[in-house]
Design a protein around this ligand. Structure first.
Ligand code: PMP
Length: 353
């Protein structure tokens, strides 16, 4: 696996990059910049850093997940030329699977809740995915998008064995394994091991748990925190062992009502439930003062990073994730009327534009 990763990242196994040419889209995924968040660092006296995952070719951290799942399935023989990739997703994993799929010759069928942003749906259609929008219902309902995707793949395989592969990002632990081998290793190397805490939100849990495992293996004292959006049951699960959700959030792709296989046995030390009134203003501030335009889950991550930095005290280094770009949610996150309706503070400059 190490050699596969080394090849993908266009290094040879001795760590020397012989050329600067990425052979294909897969080779351009990962090795994102680790950037300093100025405001978050100044208000806490810590060094708050973030992996700029919106700079992946498909625009989100889920490009990594898509690549990890595809490579694993290819190595097992469940995905081979002619097989169609089928997945249920809030959008970003579908975009990653469709783009990596395009570069490798696979088509995709993507089931997605109809409540997700138009920008993500448009991107998927434009990239060639067969998009099936379904009502947004909880996981316990058989019409949930993940169940519909699994059943569609099963029906295709019943008619034509081997014609479909269900990627199963939530319960296929190749997801967190890939983050452990790539995202987590990059963070350890880029900080030269000088890291005191890592914070992220969880959808599948692949990012948080994969990175947590990589970091804890190096230094068990590194604090791992879950930054959970309001309306998700995961923070209460980490804190009290019970899945209780309160409130709601406009963030997409994060939060869960259940413990996925990727989230199970997570080495997480603490968790917070973050309201939109805390996370969204951080996004607005970030683009106007530091130039990074990020989506809702990144706001939840930054809020968590500030809380962890305050808890540990000045002088510590905290790392988090900028998962995707704000342009993917422009009609919601940067729309004064929408924000007002959700009782989220509207910055003065937004009223003026
Ligand atoms: N942020 C965004 C924007 C996402 O789309 C996702 C994945 N759905 C996440 C965060 C969470 O990542 P993970 O699935 O690895 O927990």
């Amino acid at each position: 696996m190490a050699e596969i990763a080394a090849t993908l990242y266009n290094r040879n196994v001795n760590g020397i990059n012989p050329t600067k040419i990425s052979e294909d889209l897969s080779a351009a995924i990962g090795h994102t910049p680790l950037i300093k968040l100025r405001h978050a660092s100044e208000v806490t006296g810590c060094q708050v850093l973030a992996k700029a995952e919106m700079l992946n070719p498909g625009g989100s951290i889920k490009d990594r997940t898509a690549l990890g799942l595809i490579l694993d399935a290819e190595s097992r023989g469940t995905l081979k030329p002619g097989t169609v990739i089928v997945e249920g997703t809030a959008g970003n994993t579908g975009i990653g699977l469709t783009l990596v799929g395009a570069s490798k010759g696979y088509r995709t069928i993507i089931f997605m809740p109809e409540t997700q942003s138009k920008e993500k749906i448009d991107t998927l259609r434009m990239s060639g995915a067969d998009v099936r929008l379904v009502p947004a219902v909880p996981y316990k309902n058989p019409s949930n998008y993940a169940h519909q995707a699994r059943r569609a793949a099963e029906a295709m395989n019943a008619a034509h064995p081997g014609s479909a592969w269900f990627a199963d990002q939530f319960d296929n632990t190749a997801n967190r394994d890939w983050h452990e081998k790539t995202t987590g290793v990059e963070i350890w190397e880029e900080t030269h091991g000088k890291i005191d805490g890592f914070v992220a939100s969880a959808g599948t849990g692949g990012t948080l748990v994969g990175v947590a495992r990589a970091l804890k293996a190096q230094n068990a004292n590194i604090k791992i925190a879950l930054s959970d959006p309001a309306g998700s049951a995961l923070a209460s699960f980490v804190e009290k062992g019970e899945l209780i959700a309160t409130g709601n959030s406009i963030s997409e792709g994060i939060g869960s009502s259940r413990v996925t296989a990727n989230f199970a046995d997570a080495p997480i030390d603490l968790a917070w439930s973050i309201p939109d009134t805390e996370s969204v203003p951080l996004i607005h501030r970030l683009v106007r003062e530091e130039g990074w335009c990020v989506g809702g889950s990144s706001g939840v991550n930054i809020a968590g990073a500030i809380r962890l930095a305050r808890m540990l005290g000045p002088g510590h280094t905290i790392v988090t994730i900028l998962a995707d770009a704000g342009t993917r949610y422009q009609a919601k996150l940067f729309n004064a009327a929408f924000l007002r309706e959700k009782e989220i503070p509207v910055p003065d400059w937004m009223n003026a534009v």
